[in-house]
Design a protein around this ligand. Structure first.
Ligand code: ARG
Length: 566
C-alpha cells in the first residue's frame, strides 16, 4: 500500500544530500492537530548543509516542492515543513486496499516465519481460576493473535503450575480427609478446601509440613501412588479451566506445565555446577546475584527438591531447543518481575546469548470495586462466574432493547464476554485498575459493546442499501470532514497493529477501534448514506463497508467476536 510517510521521506531526500533516508524518517513528526498537516519535518539538522537559519531553509524547501500527486499542500511554518495529504488519494488508496485484502488488511509477512512463543494464562492447578488470571489470559491471547497476523510462527504455551510443594500438601490432605466423589462433583472448590484445611492444621501441627515435603519428594521420585493422585488432580483441574478457555475461545498449542520439566532439571543443575555458578548455602544450592542487585536465585533445596526458578530455566532451554525461538514471551503479573529478571540473568551468566530474546511482559493488578460483585473477605471471585454474569446481564439488556433478535443466547455470549475482554485490554498493561460492571456492560462510550454495536449497525445499513463491492467508486465524493476523519483512522490501522506488536500493547488496537467507531457514528448521524444520489450512495456504502471490515479485524485481534446483528 502507498505509504505517505515514505513519500515525505522521498521528497525530502530528493533535495537533501546530508541526511540518509533513515535519518529523515526518524525526524518526521505527526503534528498535534490536522490543521498543521499530517506530517511535519523539522529542518534543524539541515542548518550546516544549507548554511541558513532554519526558517529560511524551510522556506527554500517548500518553494521547491511544487505540485505533487500525494500532497495537496506543503507549507513552511517557522523551522517546520508541513505536509498535507491529498485526501482523494488517501481515500482511494485505503479503500482499495481494504477491498482487496478484506479482513487481512493490516496483516503482513514481516515475521517471515520466525518463531515467537507466547506463554500466558498459566494458572496453578487445584486452585481457583479467578479474576486475577483474566489479564494474562486475554493479553496473551491478543499478543498471540497479533504476532500471527504479522506473519510470525506462533506457539501458545500454558505453563500450568502443576508441580511444587503444594502438591505434597494436597496429596497428604487427600489421604487424610479426601473423598473422591465429593471432589469430582466440584473439583476446584473441594481441592481448595483441602488445601486451606491442611494449612490451618499445619499451623498447630508442624509435623504436617514434613509430611507434605515427604509426598512432594515421593512425587519427584516417581512413587506410583503420588503420581496417580497428582495426575487425577491435574486432569480434573484442567477440565475446569477448559470451561473458561472455551468461553473465551482460547486455545493453546502446548500445556507443558512445570511438571513437564521435572526430568529436564538435573541437566541444568549439572551445567550450573560445571560452570561454577552455584553456591552451597546451608545444604541448599543457589546462584548468587548480589553483584547485579538481586537476591540469589534458589536452584535446589537442601532435601534435593527443585524450585520454581529451576523449572523456568529448564523450560527456557527446552523451548530454545524445540522451537528455536526468535522471541520467547512471558505474560505474567508484575509481582514476578524479580523472578524473571533473576532466572534470565542466570541463563545469561551461563553464556547463552539468546537470554535477551526471553522477554517478560508484565501487567498490573485488577481489583474489584465493592459493588455488585463483592470480593468479601478472602472470598475468591471465579472467572467463570464473572463471564457467566456478564452473559446473563447482556441477555437482560437484549431482552429489554431488542427482544425479537434471533440467536439471542449466542449474541449475549459474544457481547457479554467481549465486553469483559475489551475492558481488560482498554488500558496500558502495567496500570492497576478496578474492574467495573457498569463500565463493562455499558453499550455506550468506550466499550466493547459500543464497538460491536457499531459493527452490527453498519452491517444492517449495508443490507438495507443492498451493498455490493464495486470497482468504479468515485472516491472524491467522500470529502466531508466526517468522511476524511474515518479514512485517516482506517489508513492508520496497519501502523497501529505494528506498534501494538512492537510494544506488546494490545490496548493500542482497543483504543484505535473505539476511535473508528466514534468517527463512524458521527458520520452516520450527520451524512445521509442511503440517498437518491446513486454515486454518493455507492461511495458512502463503500466507506461503511471498509469501516466494518477494519472493526471486525480489530475485534478479532483482541479475541472478541463481531456479531452481525445485535
Ligand atoms: N503459575 C504461576 C502463577 O500462577 C504463573 C506462571 C508464570 N510463568 C512462568 N513461566 N513462571 O503465579
Amino acid at each position: 500500500m502507498l505509504n505517505f510517510r515514505e513519500e515525505v521521506v522521498k521528497l525530502i531526500k530528493s533535495e537533501v544530500d546530508s541526511l540518509t533516508e533513515e535519518e529523515i524518517s526518524s525526524l518526521i513528526e505527526v503534528p498535534p492537530s490536522y490543521d498543521m498537516g499530517d506530517y511535519a519535518f523539522p529542518v534543524f539538522r539541515l542548518a550546516k548543509a544549507f548554511r541558513k537559519a532554519p526558517p529560511a531553509i524551510a522556506e527554500e524547501l517548500a518553494s521547491k516542492f511544487g505540485e505533487n500527486e500525494y500532497f495537496e499542500k506543503i507549507e513552511n511554518k517557522g523551522p517546520y515543513l508541513n505536509f498535507f495529504i491529498n485526501k482523494g488519494k488517501l481515500t482511494e488508496v485505503t479503500l482499495n486496499e481494504v477491498r482487496e485484502k478484506g479482513t487481512k488488511y493490516g496483516s503482513s509477512d514481516m515475521g517471515n516465519g520466525k518463531t515467537v512463543i507466547v506463554e500466558y494464562s498459566s494458572p496453578n492447578i487445584a486452585k481457583p481460576f479467578h479474576i486475577g488470571h483474566i489479564r494474562t489470559t486475554v493479553i496473551g491471547n491478543a499478543l498471540y493473535k497479533i504476532y500471527t497476523f504479522l506473519g510470525f510462527d506462533t506457539v501458545a504455551i500454558n505453563h500450568l503450575g502443576d508441580y511444587g510443594t503444594q502438591f505434597g500438601m494436597l496429596i497428604s490432605a487427600y489421604k487424610k480427609w479426601g473423598d473422591k466423589e465429593v471432589i469430582e462433583a466440584d473439583p476446584i472448590n473441594e481441592l481448595l478446601k483441602l488445601y486451606v484445611r491442611f494449612n490451618a492444621e499445619a499451623e498447630e501441627h508442624e509435623e504436617l509440613r514434613d509430611e507434605a515435603r515427604y509426598w512432594f519428594k515421593e512425587l519427584e521420585n516417581g512413587n506410583e501412588e503420588a503420581l496417580g493422585l497428582w495426575e487425577w488432580i491435574r486432569e480434573i483441574s484442567l477440565k475446569e479451566f477448559n470451561k473458561v478457555y472455551d468461553m473465551l475461545n482460547i486455545k493453546f498449542d502446548s500445556y507443558a506445565g512445570e511438571s513437564f520439566y521435572s526430568d529436564k532439571m538435573p541437566a541444568v543443575i549439572e551445567e550450573l555446577r560445571e560452570k561454577n555458578l552455584m553456591k552451597e548455602s546451608q545444604g541448599a544450592y543457589l546462584v548468587d546475584l548480589e553483584e547485579y542487585g538481586m537476591p540469589p536465585a534458589l536452584i535446589m533445596k537442601s532435601d534435593g527438591s527443585t524450585l520454581y526458578t529451576t523449572r523456568d530455566i529448564a523450560a527456557a532451554f527446552y523451548r530454545k531447543e524445540t522451537y528455536d525461538f526468535y522471541k520467547n514471551i512471558y505474560v505474567v503479573a508484575s509481582q514476578q518481575n524479580l523472578h524473571f529478571k533473576a532466572w534470565m540473568k542466570v541463563i545469561e551468566l551461563m553464556g547463552y546469548e539468546w537470554a535477551i530474546d526471553c522477554v517478560h511482559i508484565p501487567f498490573g493488578m485488577v481489583s474489584l470495586e465493592d459493588g455488585t460483585l463483592s470480593t468479601r473477605k478472602g472470598r475468591v471471585v471465579f472467572l467463570e462466574d464473572v463471564l457467566n454474569t456478564a452473559v446473563k446481564n447482556t441477555l437482560d439488556i437484549i431482552n429489554e432493547r431488542n427482544p425479537k433478535l434471533e440467536n439471542k443466547e449466542e449474541v449475549a455470549k459474544q457481547v457479554g464476554i467481549g465486553a469483559v475482554i475489551f475492558q481488560e485490554l482498554f488500558n496500558q498493561r502495567i496500570k492497576d485498575y478496578v474492574f467495573s460492571w457498569d463500565r463493562t456492560l455499558s453499550f455506550e462510550g468506550e466499550t466493547g459493546p459500543y464497538v460491536q454495536y457499531t459493527h452490527a449497525r453498519i452491517n444492517s445499513l449495508l443490507e438495507r442499501g443492498k451493498f455490493n463491492i464495486e470497482n468504479n467508486v468515485n472516491y472524491s465524493l467522500l470529502n466531508t470532514e466526517e468522511e476524511i476523519n474515518i479514512t485517516r483512522l482506517l489508513y492508520d490501522f496497519p501502523k497501529v497493529v505494528l506498534d501494538a506488536m512492537e510494544k506488546n500493547e494490545p490496548y493500542f488496537i482497543t483504543r484505535h477501534i473505539v476511535e473508528i467507531a466514534k468517527a463512524y457514528n458521527k458520520f452516520y448521524n450527520s451524512c445521509p448514506i442511503i440517498t437518491d444520489d446513486i454515486e454518493l450512495k455507492k461511495a458512502r456504502l463503500m466507506l461503511s463497508f471498509t469501516a466494518k471490515t477494519v472493526l471486525k479485524t480489530g475485534l478479532d485481534l483482541l479475541g472478541i467476536e463481531a456479531p452481525e446483528r445485535m
